[in-house]
Ligand binder design. Structure first.
Ligand code: LLP
Length: 444
């Protein structure tokens, strides 16, 4: 299924519309594009490009808005930020300060979440293939819950917990077999996906778990996919989960909690998105009156629109009738367009550029692959060499998915907070690309 954001039905939003839809961005006639009170030109002058820039104010505001929506729906629900979306320590610190817990999927993410100041008791360990050392680390740290995805993992965790003399609080991640209507590479809740325990075998595995040493089954978890734009798949999946809770309770099992997962989409291209209030409403309608503790684990919705990737044009070239703007940012920085055909807004940083007449062009990176294309046929003004552009909505699954392909160092990261800004990760020095490598001595 094509990515909903990649289907160009309506005309692309204009620069003005893209900026107006993101409250932390504004265009200043002299200073150009601002994030909160900070001109992005000032950032680029000092740290260079490509650079990731993220708004602390936007993250704080989104976390508060989500928590408020859950409170207004009278849901006893905790927000567990999905660390994979953006695992920078400063982002994790903002989450901790805002009262969020975390959803982690590796020992590395667990360590990061704790370093960011998130209490281990508010960390849930998810993931389809947790290694023994990771489970041990999680139990030693005292994580709040392990979301178990298979009978095999349950047996492994029981063995480890028993040997350590610990009890692991476990939620079984069920696969509700619901199509979330999102890109095939990020849908997770269909029966043929690798994720979760088949709906039909969850009840018997739950009963089995209750009898295992070192295991305390506390509830169920599900996550049906990412960049979900409508509430229908959530409602269907939560309704199936509620049925299972009722069946389990009827058979004498104790089910205290349901982890409702993440996946709430954002409007990359101005497409209609579901609000946190609608999300909370879907949970309330299906699971709200069941005396359950609840949790949600959004990543993208909290941080996606807060960040952008600042880039400069290296050159503009024409071949035949196509105009290519070649940037100093590439697919090794922001992989989403190459990987999911994802649409990201791209706006000039200069107010003068943003006001010029536009013509279609292809915006590409310098990596030696045709897939290294940020946008095709996108309306841009004529751009001089070194003209700056901002690739929007790169706060989630942006820097975390970067690589050093083509021996390109990881870009600098900057956090903006009101009128202040700070480099939160220095640009990777070239030398560190090969610092860990050795050439076998017998070559000489
Ligand atoms: N919980 C679990 C168990 C997950 O696997 C994920 C994301 C989330 C929560 C958070 O989902 P979110 O709220 O961010 O949609 N790289 C892809 C997205 C992959 C999502 C993987 N799992 C992209 O750039 O679109």
């Amino acid at each position: 299924m094509p990515h909903p954001a990649a289907v160009p039905h309506d005309p692309d939003p204009t620069f003005g519309e893209l900026i107006a839809a993101r409250p932390h961005l504004s265009m200043h006639a002299m200073d150009g594009l601002l994030m909160e009170g900070v001109p992005l030109n000032a950032v680029a002058d000092e740290v260079g490009t490509p650079a990731w820039v993220i708004s602390a104010g936007s993250i704080r505001g989104r976390l508060r808005a989500l928590q408020a929506a859950l409170d207004e729906a009278a849901l006893p629900a905790r927000v567990h930020y999905a660390v994979k979306a953006n695992d920078h320590l400063a982002v994790l610190r903002l989450m901790a300060l805002g009262g969020a817990g975390a959803d982690v999927v590796s020992g590395g993410e667990l360590r990061r979440a704790m370093l960011g100041g998130i209490d281990a008791g508010h960390i849930v360990f998810s993931g389809v293939g947790k290694a023994e050392w990771e489970l041990r680390l999680a139990l030693e740290a005292g994580v709040g819950q392990v979301n178990v995805e298979s009978a095999e993992e349950l047996a492994m965790l029981s063995g480890i917990a028993h040997a350590m003399g610990r009890m692991a609080r476990v939620a079984l991640r069920i696969n509700p077999d619901v199509d979330a209507g999102t890109h095939a590479k990020i849908t997770t809740g269909r029966a043929d996906n690798k994720f979760g325990i088949a709906y039909g075998s969850a009840a018997s595995l739950y009963a089995h778990a209750a009898g295992l040493p070192g295991i305390e089954p506390v509830g169920l978890a599900l996550h049906i996919g990412s960049q979900i734009l409508s509430m229908a798949p959530y409602r269907a999946a939560y309704a199936r989960t509620a049925d299972l809770v009722r069946d389990l309770r009827a058979s004498g099992q104790s089910v205290r909690m349901v982890d409702c997962g993440g996946g709430l989409g954002i409007g990359y291209r101005g497409e209609p998105v579901a609000s946190p209030a609608a999300f909370a409403g879907a949970i309330r309608a299906t699971l709200g009156s069941m005396e359950l503790e609840l949790a949600v684990e959004p990543g993208r919705w909290l941080v996606g629109s807060a960040g952008l990737l600042l880039a400069s044009s290296v050159l503009v070239k024409s071949t035949g009738d196509r105009r290519f703007v070649v940037l100093d940012a590439a697919m090794n920085d922001l992989l989403r367009p190459a990987m999911y055909d994802a649409w990201h807004g791209i706006v000039p940083v200069s107010a003068v550029d943003a006001a010029r007449p536009v013509a279609p062009c292809d915006i590409v990176g310098p990596v030696c692959e045709s897939g290294d294309t940020f946008a095709r046929g996108r309306a841009l003004p004529p751009l001089a060499r070194n003209a700056r552009l901002a690739i929007l909505d790169a706060g989630a699954y942006g820097s975390v998915m970067s690589s050093t392909y083509n021996a390109r160092p990881l870009a600098a990261e900057v956090l903006v907070d009101g009128d202040r800004w700070s480099v939160i990760r220095a640009r990777q020095p070239l030398e560190s690309l090969w610092a860990g490598e050795t050439v076998p001595g017998w070559f000489e």
